[in-house]
Design a protein around this ligand. Structure first.
Ligand SMILES: N[C@H](CCC[C@H](N)C(=O)O)C(=O)O
Length: 274
């Protein structure tokens, strides 16, 4: 299987051009290729497929093989791949996802896409503002935001000090979220800057989460903590989020990078049994 490794501020996926390749069992392939010591190493698998309703279609699979309905860092890389590899011939494109059709505006330099602005649509509040929740005996508050996939946003004083490997699963699997949830832990630096770490549904801690940064920015705007344009600072880099209150649409702008391409013979895969 031919693949291209790409990353959006350190949220890295294995991308397959399904205009040319066919992936039989993407859930299993996602688990195989994500292995950082037995496979390629990634936060999951993203398929770039033909679409009847958009310029292309993105299917996204987390490290555990579960299919996500939207991926912010992933969709920027999908747009970059589609333009740089000639699947599309214009910098404004549409991408079909399980979370709806998204519209991308790409900035091209020397014939390659560098930065992508994504219309993430109209965010939905899915909880009280905020809502109390018991997690492992502690009473916390979260704000639930859906941007094509589900997020729970928590505010903490010391983001760096969180032991996410230890506490992450309790947040992800909480009974309040029947489909599991992506959990963001936010420190408000000032009205224009947020610091964020994330425990993703199906992938654990990632170095960045585009939908998570979008959800966190919108929650912070709804709570009156920040202005309507903020920079979200993640481990892998920064994203700019702008909420246009008039149209209701929220926009995410950030980089997309192609790292390398390769080929893997999955029939000979002899890594750890997954
Ligand atoms: N784990 C997420 C999908 C990936 C989201 C994240 N990588 C992003 O950049 O938005 C979910 O299951 O909803």
């Amino acid at each position: 299987m031919k693949f291209t490794k790409m990353q959006g501020i350190g949220n890295d996926y294995v991308y397959v051009n399904c205009f040319e390749e066919n992936v039989e069992d993407p859930a299993r392939v996602a688990k195989l290729v994500s292995e950082r010591h037995f496979g390629i190493g990634s936060d999951g698998l993203i398929l770039i497929c033909p679409s009847d309703v958009a310029d292309c279609r993105m299917r996204m699979f987390n490290e555990d093989g579960s299919e996500g309905s939207m991926c912010g860092n992933g969709i920027r890389c999908v747009g970059k791949y589609a333009y740089d590899h000639g699947i599309v011939d214009k910098p404004q494109i549409s991408v079909e996802t399980l979370g709806g059709i998204k519209y991308l505006d790409m900035q091209v330099e020397d014939g390659k896409v560098k930065t992508v602005k994504v219309d993430m649509g109209v965010p939905q509040l899915t909880s009280e503002l905020p809502e109390k929740i018991q997690v492992e005996g502690k009473t916390l508050e979260f704000t639930g935001i859906d941007v094509g996939n589900p997020h729970a946003v928590y505010y903490v004083d010391n983001v760096d000090g969180l032991d996410l490997e230890k506490i992450g699963p309790a947040f992800e699997m909480h009974e309040r979220f029947p489909d599991r949830v992506n959990s963001e832990f936010i420190r408000v630096i000032d009205r224009k800057h947020l610091q964020m770490r994330v425990w993703e549904r199906g992938s654990g801690e990632t170095w960045a989460c585009g939908t998570g940064a979008t959800a966190s920015a919108v929650a912070s705007m709804m709570l009156g903590l920040v202005d309507d344009t903020v920079e979200v600072q993640l481990i892998g880099g920064n994203l700019e989020i702008t909420w246009d209150r008039e149209s209701g649409h929220v926009y995410m702008t950030g980089p997309a990078v192609e790292v390398f391409s390769g080929e893997i013979d999955l029939t000979q895969y002899n890594g750890r049994e997954v």
